[in-house]
Design a protein around this ligand. Structure first.
Ligand SMILES: NC(=O)c1ccc[n+]([C@@H]2O[C@H](COP(=O)([O-])OP(=O)(O)OC[C@H]3O[C@@H](n4cnc5c(N)ncnc54)[C@H](OP(=O)(O)O)[C@@H]3O)[C@@H](O)[C@H]2O)c1
Length: 312
């Protein structure tokens, strides 16, 4: 089968699209998905570069990719609730060597759900990791309530663009940090206030917020403690808590590890089908351009998602 693989860790030049990759067979608890489209995430770059080696070493050749949307073509043992022919979206295991940048990918039945009906395979493939990340933060960790004020850093990115829509749906007042060129985009998603992080310091503009959702880290993370009210919550996708700042400000802190589950994906599909959430595709690449898709994500600041078209 055709797959985008690497034989060593490195930059975009190590990614090769081959026609003779071994077609995987689903293990117990897995289904085999004929991939129609694959979403690209910063984590795919991390895996390609070998920066995730402390979590798991890849066995080469390894097919890259996590997010996908496609059709179930076979079902392994001990799988219930998924049938051949189902149109699904979800996440392959990027460390298995059988990722989603391939014509076929084995996926745990716990990490997929029926795809939303009213979006294309490309749009669905851009959703799993970012929408579940936003959902886990907004609903499970922060439990956003109407009238609350939340600051979402990186509102123009994959996670941020979904988080803004979810927070507005839950009734919050939403401020977000983004480049000036993304102001119109984040406002169209529902943001009440857009702070241009290149020219403005958000920490001098807002205070007493109930929650901050951080996709950026570094100085942005450090400055976020001070904009929260006492008892507020800071959820970061990228940064561990700073013990000194935690002691100084009386807030809750969560360093989130996103878990893509059938339950969360099903709830999100419902929100997409009822037009609460709109996927945002920045650019779709052809399968042969898989290396370029990863480089584009690294080098540009996409507005929403980068997706690879795998099959018609
Ligand atoms: N812990 C986990 O389980 C987990 C899971 C998923 C993702 N992540 C991590 O979460 C992070 C975000 O992921 P993503 O998919 O949303 O990335 P993304 O799509 O690349 O979005 C990042 C966005 O941040 C904006 N940005 C850059 N610097 C900024 C700053 N200083 N202030 C405000 N905005 C800024 C950029 O937009 P502009 O055009 O406005 O600059 C860009 O669109 C990544 O580091 C990823 O690795 C962690």
């Amino acid at each position: 089968m055709k797959a985008a693989q690497i034989n060593s860790y490195g930059d975009q030049n190590v990614v090769k699209v081959v026609d003779d990759a071994v077609q995987p067979v689903p293990n117990s608890g897995q289904v085999l998905v004929a991939v129609m489209a694959a979403g690209v995430n910063p984590f795919d770059v991390t895996v390609r570069e070998g920066r995730a080696r402390q979590m798991a070493e890849l066995k080469f050749p390894a097919t890259l990719g996590g997010d996908l949307a496609g059709k179930v073509v076979s079902v392994g043992e001990d799988v219930s609730g998924v049938s051949i022919g189902d149109h699904v979206y979800g996440q392959a295991n990027a460390f298995s060597g059988n990722g989603s940048f391939a014509e076929f990918a084995p996926v745990s039945s716990d990490s997929i759900a029926l795809k939303p009906n009213n979006v294309s395979f490309e749009e669905a493939a851009g959703l799993p990791l970012v929408s579940v990340s936003a959902y886990q933060a907004m609903v499970d960790h922060i439990d956003v309530q109407p009238t609350q004020k939340i600051l979402i850093h990186g509102g123009a990115g994959g996670i941020g663009s979904i988080a803004i829509q979810l927070a507005k749906h839950l009734g919050a007042y939403v401020a977000t940090t983004a480049s000036e060129k993304s102001r119109e985009f984040v406002t169209s998603l529902g943001a009440d206030e857009c702070i241009d992080y290149h020219n403005q310091d958000f920490s001098t503009l807002i205070k007493d917020y109930d929650a901050v959702f951080d996709m950026i880290g570094g100085e942005t993370n450090v400055k976020s403690y001070a904009v929260l009210r006492t008892g507020g919550i800071l959820v970061s996708m990228v940064e561990q808590p700073n013990e000194e700042l935690l002691a100084q400000y009386n807030i809750h802190y969560i360093h989130q590890f996103t878990q893509v589950t059938t339950d969360r994906l099903t709830k999100l599909a419902g929100l997409v089908d009822s037009d609460v959430l709109k996927p945002n595709i920045d650019r779709v690449f052809n399968f042969d351009q898989a290396a370029d898709a990863l480089a584009y994500l690294e080098q540009s600041h996409p507005r929403g998602k980068v997706v690879i078209h795998i099959a018609d």
